[in-house]
Design a protein around this ligand. Structure first.
Ligand code: F6R
Length: 244
């Protein structure tokens, strides 16, 4: 628990930078699982600063994003492709071929094969070294909404009504928010060697309490993280305010 989101975000960025540098020193690549949304923005900002001012290189970094709306055009303002380029990729030296984001432009009949291949690409890269997560008010991680199975893989899912309400501002109305998304599964996330879930502000306090102290259940998918030895919740004081 950190006093504020900025301090916490800098600490997470430092952790990522250390992983990247350690891997580079061993001649291997860091494989990062990345999230979008408001939560990781300051982490990405700090990584960009480290790239510019401290020579942190992403030449040997491979990234896999958690999710993308479906359907979604890559160049749409709300796409997670646009988000990642604006917040991180356009400002660092990561090779384009090292970036992986679920494809919102696929024909529906091609999604299943894409998802199987996404899992294979993660495996072929050596597995995720570090997965960054936010948490939705439904308890989703990635877009694994209530009802998700603990062993779920990358797949097409239906977004929860609350998730679509929370996204409505970005889309100029809930009716414009896609009803579906492609997301890594709970099982995919669990295979990461380290998992860091971040949450900021009092708005997240009730769901953080459920995730950390509630009964493990598919009703709150983030509770599955209680079963992992490799997970850390990084919170600001407000998000942690309901913990006992
Ligand atoms: C984003 C993602 C989601 C968000 C969650 C919180 O890639 O997978 O699980 O992390 O919806 O969103 P924010 O950070 O906007 O509160």
């Amino acid at each position: 628990i950190y006093p504020d989101a900025q301090t916490a975000s800098v600490a997470v960025a430092q952790r990522i930078a250390k992983l990247i540098r350690n891997k580079q020193a061993n001649g291997s690549k860091a494989v990062l699982g990345l999230a979008t949304g408001a939560t990781p923005v300051a982490v990405y900002k700090e990584l960009v600063r480290m790239h510019r001012e401290e020579g942190l290189s992403f030449q040997h970094v491979i990234t896999f994003n958690l999710d993308e709306y479906f359907p979604m055009q890559n160049d749409a303002e709300q796409s997670y492709v646009t988000f990642m380029h604006q917040n991180l990729f356009d400002h660092i030296d990561i090779p384009a071929q090292n970036i992986h984001i679920p494809d919102g432009t696929l024909r529906k009949e091609d999604v299943a094969a894409f998802c199987i291949n996404y899992e294979k690409q993660i495996e072929d890269a050596g597995g995720l070294d570090l997965q960054i997560l936010g948490i939705g008010r439904t308890g989703h991680i990635g877009f694994n909404e209530p009802g998700s199975a603990p062993n779920s893989g990358t797949r097409l899912v239906t977004l929860d009504d609350l998730t679509r309400s929370d996204a409505s501002r970005d889309f100029g109305g809930k009716e414009n928010v896609p009803t579906k998304a492609i997301t890594m599964g709970i099982g995919t996330i669990f295979k990461a060697r380290e998992i860091v879930l971040m949450a900021w502000s009092a708005k997240k306090a009730p769901i953080v309490k459920k995730a950390v102290e509630g009964e493990i259940s598919g009703e709150v998918p983030a509770t599955y993280l209680q079963l992992s030895d490799n997970v850390e919740f990084v919170l600001d004081a407000d998000a942690a305010s309901e913990l006992t």
